[in-house]
Design a protein around this ligand. Structure first.
Ligand SMILES: [Mg+2]
Length: 411
């Protein structure tokens, strides 16, 4: 039987939530951005009018204002975004518990076999989120997750798009390959070098050729493009062990010295370590992704001497990678730390490291205590003294660096 899968995506989520609190923002070009006083603050999100004027996420406020002189900027309120995320997913949850979140403002639902048809459910969700919470969503309805997600991008805001067995070639195949989940920057470069630009062109290459160019993700992308994705929508409370865990952040202002970088790397690593411990995992590879003020990307990784699950150790590895690439006086726009090559946490391995034994045990019990406090009182209830420095430096609010994002294809 064909499945009925919905992908629900809030339109311009951050900016739309700000409009709920201040409706006057709806009629002007508006962006959520780092501190207003500092003209080097960064654009984090924008509304439709700002988008039309060419404003882009990730650029500096002064650049955005050159393109769009009337641009109004507001500071981010992550507590509001988390609240509205829960609210709109709460509506979705009334239809099924097969609800898989994809970031703060998107989720998939599997409504196969539901009493109501997928079309009725999609429209009810769209209407209800708008009427009850003042946000518009776009919904893609299809027989697999990949096409449902593509569908939700096709028409927005406030729309439902159906991608069926009959119409997917016409609706999907003309889209650029990079619109499809799983086609990242590197994959795209490879596809372009073989003259493949659209999802349809990707669908028509042989899976064997794709495997030789891209490894095992090649045939997977071929399946996606041909409507053969059979991955399931997970239950709302299901956790599969991630293949890697990463945490990245674009601070309110560029990082200007090594101390700035150190503080952010510690905040990100802390977040990663908490996630690793939640899954009972540790990592053997640490990598760092750096974007500087000229928007150049640098990505570096290191295989660690032994498995890590402690934030200080992950942070020190990441900081070492940073120091190899940059001196302390380069302006850094954003940073991502990633832990991969994950394996089950084993105390034996840690105890084998003579000399490190007691420290390791003490750290483990400290980490456990911190995890317990956070579980009870929230992530922001306790953080490192080092991060308190930043309350003065004003780069970010440690509470905003909420959950790390597990990465990896779900089966
Ligand atoms: Mg969205």
């Amino acid at each position: 039987m064909n499945r009925s899968i919905l992908h629900v995506d809030c339109n311009n989520f951050f900016a739309s939530v700000e409009c709920v609190y201040d409706p006057s923002l709806g009629s002007v070009p508006c962006a959520v951005a780092g501190s207003k006083e500092d003209r080097h603050g960064i654009i984090l999100a924008k509304n439709e009018l700002a988008k039309k004027a060419g404003v882009k996420t990730g650029e500096a406020i002064w650049q955005a204002q050159q393109k769009c002189p009337g641009l109004i900027t507001v500071p981010p309120h992550f507590d509001r975004y988390n609240k509205f995320s829960k609210l709109f997913k709460g509506i979705c949850f009334e239809y099924t518990d097969l609800l898989e979140s994809f970031g703060i403002d998107e989720c998939w639902l599997d409504v196969t076999g539901n009493r109501k048809s997928a079309a009725v459910i999609a429209n009810e969700i769209r209407e209800r989120v708008k009427n009850e919470y003042g946000l518009t969503v776009s919904v893609g309805v299809s027989f697999n997750k990949i096409f449902a997600k593509l569908g939700s991008d096709l028409k927005k805001p406030d729309a439902v798009t159906f991608i069926t067995e009959e119409n997917f070639r016409e609706k999907i195949w003309g889209l650029p390959a990079e619109d499809m989940l799983g086609v990242g920057r590197r994959t795209l470069g490879c596809l372009h070098s073989h003259g493949i630009y659209t999802i349809g062109e990707l669908a028509e290459v042989s899976p064997a050729a794709l495997r030789s160019w891209l490894g095992k993700s090649g045939p997977m992308l071929w399946k996606f493009a041909n409507g053969l994705d059979d991955s399931r929508v997970m239950r709302f409370d299901e956790r599969i062990p991630p293949k890697s865990v990463s945490s990245g952040y674009t601070p309110y202002r560029d990082l200007q010295c090594e101390n700035d970088v150190r503080i952010l790397i510690y905040a990100l690593s802390e977040n990663i370590a908490a996630q690793l411990r939640r899954h009972g995992l540790c990592c053997r590879t640490v990598s760092i992704n750096i974007r500087d003020r000229e928007l150049n990307h640098v990505c570096r990784q290191i295989r660690t001497a032994f498995p890590l699950s402690d934030s200080s150790r992950i942070a020190e590895e990441a900081l070492g990678l940073f120091r190899k690439e940059y001196s302390g006086n380069t302006d850094i726009r954003s940073l991502t730390v990633c832990a991969s090559d994950l394996e089950p946490f084993s105390e034996d391995i840690q105890l084998d490291l003579c000399g490190e034994v007691f420290r390791s045990e003490r750290r483990d019990s400290l980490n456990k205590a911190v995890d317990g406090i956070r579980k009870r009182y929230g992530y922001g209830s306790v953080f490192r003294g080092l991060l308190m420095q930043d309350v003065r430096l004003g780069m970010f609010d440690p509470k905003e660096i909420g959950d790390a994002h597990p990465v990896g294809m779900r089966a």
